[in-house]
Design a protein around this ligand. Structure first.
Ligand code: 5GP
Length: 194
């Protein structure tokens, strides 16, 4: 990889020539270390149980894949996809389930794995909808939480990093489906998607 420079300092030229990649917010090394810590905490908290990891597509797929391999328990995995009414960055809080789970949640220890909590509206809605399915327990594990942005408060049992309220990409997070395969989390320098 080659180094180039834009007005925000050096950025690594990645994929197609792209000057929209901003500074690294969390590096791949920092992510790996924190994911290992989260996996260890979950392994200890859920010892003797077989939790069901529920990944929220698509953003959480990279995080879930790494986290699952750091949990030393017989976990199961399922995925759901939601789309929020409103714009991509400003959620209205009303969420439509686009792809539902295959596995029944009754009496399961559910851990919802999410990429980022911004306003919290999406997860708040999802949490209520999943609690209605009578799980034995439900906790939330989010890689990122944007500092000071939450419009609703609820328990976040596991948080990877609190970050400033920038729009970030990489490690599963996208802009119009691009950048999900960036190994680091970076600030996006383009205009935020509507
Ligand atoms: P919330 O409902 O908490 O406001 O936002 C939920 C969703 O908005 C996240 O799951 C994610 O899809 C999207 N989102 C919020 N902040 C960011 C960001 O900084 N980068 C990207 N790529 N998506 C974001």
């Amino acid at each position: 990889m080659t180094e180039t420079v834009n007005q925000h300092g050096p950025v690594t030229e990645w994929g197609e020539k792209d000057n929209l990649l901003g500074p690294v917010v969390v590096s791949a090394e920092e992510i790996a270390k924190r994911v290992a810590e989260l996996g260890a905490a979950i392994s200890s908290d859920y010892a003797g149980r077989a939790p069901l990891l529920v990944g929220v597509l698509k953003g959480a797929f990279v995080f879930l894949a790494d986290l699952a391999r750091r949990i030393d328990l017989p976990v199961e995995m399922d995925f759901m996809a939601v789309s929020s009414y409103g714009t991509a960055t400003k959620t209205s809080g009303v969420v439509r389930i686009v792809k539902d789970l295959d596995i029944d949640l009754t009496e399961r220890d559910v851990i919802v794995v999410e990429d980022i909590v911004d306003s919290g509206l999406t997860l708040s809605y999802l949490r209520k909808s999943l609690l209605a399915r009578s799980p034995a327990s439900l906790s939330i594990c989010t890689l990122l939480k944007k500092h000071g942005q939450q419009r609703v408060t609820f328990q976040l049992e596991y948080v990877g990093f609190e970050i400033p309220p920038h729009f970030v990409i990489g490690y599963g997070l996208d802009v119009a489906e691009r950048y999900r395969n960036l190994p680091d989390l970076r600030i996006y320098l383009g205009s935020e998607p509507e």
